[in-house]
Design a protein around this ligand. Structure first.
Ligand code: PEP
Ligand code: MN
Length: 342
């Protein structure tokens, strides 16, 4: 499943031009849903908030002219009713809405009672890294008999692969899309994320596409042009095959090989975080070095080092880490810190 379109519907011209260019650029046999936000849940009230219900008329025109199914974001019962009355096929709940179970329950109740039904509700992961809340909200919608599609958009421009992995294991029948645009926050990382989505067997993608990304009124840095989008999707096969070495060497089933891919994606992300933390330690260390130079204190402070080593060894004993490993890592860290202080 592909969901493509601008972050926000900004004007009739922008909506129609984006849809038209997408239809012209995408291979004709590739179906996609056209997305555009009418109401934008922005961090600051001083920024563009979306044009509101007016956008629904432009979306209707997209369906009439290009026969595309439509998706828009809703966050209140009123927005839900307006979107469904306008014949929007899919509604999505954004990451900020998805962080609020009372709001999701209210929308599930409204959907249950509504005379118009969407084909499905797309539910983004909450803004906070809480897969159980995401799952709980899927249950809220499922209990109201609403088909749900989960959309993984990460937190603070980090993928948080573990969140999607846990959801996949707990709810294997719920289709899972990747939203590389909000996950990355800039266009540069989108291609790698799309490759990972194929590698991890996601069921589809939601990508932000704008006819003139540089002029976008929201999320300008992360939107691709229709032509870039078509090229990206063209070069990345959605059926990433298991490599021979994975299938033969380990003689594992496809799903086991897939599990290993997820675990490796999670480990790569942990390693990235670990190295970022190490770099942060070195920056703090450099500031301590500046202080030492100012007051004429030697860089090497054996008592301080013994104290932090002992503290870490005590902690390691409680956490099943070998003391030898802890000594080696602490020694390497200490040496590197001293280097940053010279
Ligand atoms: C969006 O899809 O434009 C959007 C606002 O997404 P999110 O809720 O994931 O930030
Ligand atoms: Mn957006």
């Amino acid at each position: 499943m592909l969901v493509l379109g601008p972050c926000a519907a900004e004007s009739r011209e922008q909506v129609i031009a984006t849809a038209e260019q997408l239809v012209k650029s995408m291979p004709s046999a590739t179906p996609f849903i056209f997305r555009a936000g009418a109401w934008k849940p922005r961090t600051s009230p001083d920024t563009f908030q979306g044009v509101g219900a007016q956008a629904l008329d432009w979306l209707r025109e997209v369906r009439e002219r290009f026969a595309l199914p439509l998706a828009t974001e809703i966050a209140t019962p009123e927005q839900l009713h307006l979107a469904l009355e306008a014949g929007i096929d899919y509604v999505w709940l954004g990451a900020r809405t998805s962080a609020n179970p009372i709001q999701v329950q209210q929308l599930a109740d409204e959907l249950c009672a509504s005379p118009h039904q969407p084909k499905a509700v797309m539910l983004k992961n909450p803004v906070n890294d809480d897969w159980q809340l995401w799952l709980g909200n899927i249950h809220r919608l499922s209990l109201a008999h609403i088909p749900v599609i989960a959309v993984h958009r990460g937190c603070n421009h980090h993928p948080c692969w573990e969140m999607a992995y846990r959801l996949r294991l707990a709810a294997p029948d719920i289709p899972l899309l990747l939203d590389p645009s909000h996950m990355a926050g800039t266009t540069e990382r989108i291609s790698d994320l799309v490759a990972t989505a194929h590698n991890l067997a996601y069921d589809g993608l939601m990508i932000e596409v704008h006819c003139r990304p540089a002029d976008a009124l929201s999320d300008a840095a992360q939107q691709l042009t229709p032509q870039q989008t078509a090229q990206l999707l063209n070069t990345q096969s959605p059926t990433a095959k298991l490599t021979n070495s994975e299938t033969h060497q380990h003689a594992v089933t496809n799903s086991e090989a897939l599990q290993l891919r997820w675990l490796r994606a999670m480990m790569d992300e942990v390693d990235d975080e670990l190295w970022q933390v190490l770099l942060k330690r070195m920056r703090v260390s450099r500031e301590i070095g500046d202080y030492k130079h100012r007051v004429g204190m030697p860089v090497l402070q054996p008592e301080r080092y013994s104290a932090i080593l002992q503290h870490r060894l005590d902690w390691a004993a409680e956490n099943n880490l070998s003391p030898d490993t802890v000594r080696q890592i602490m020694s390497a860290l200490h040496n590197e810190s001293c280097r940053w202080q010279h």
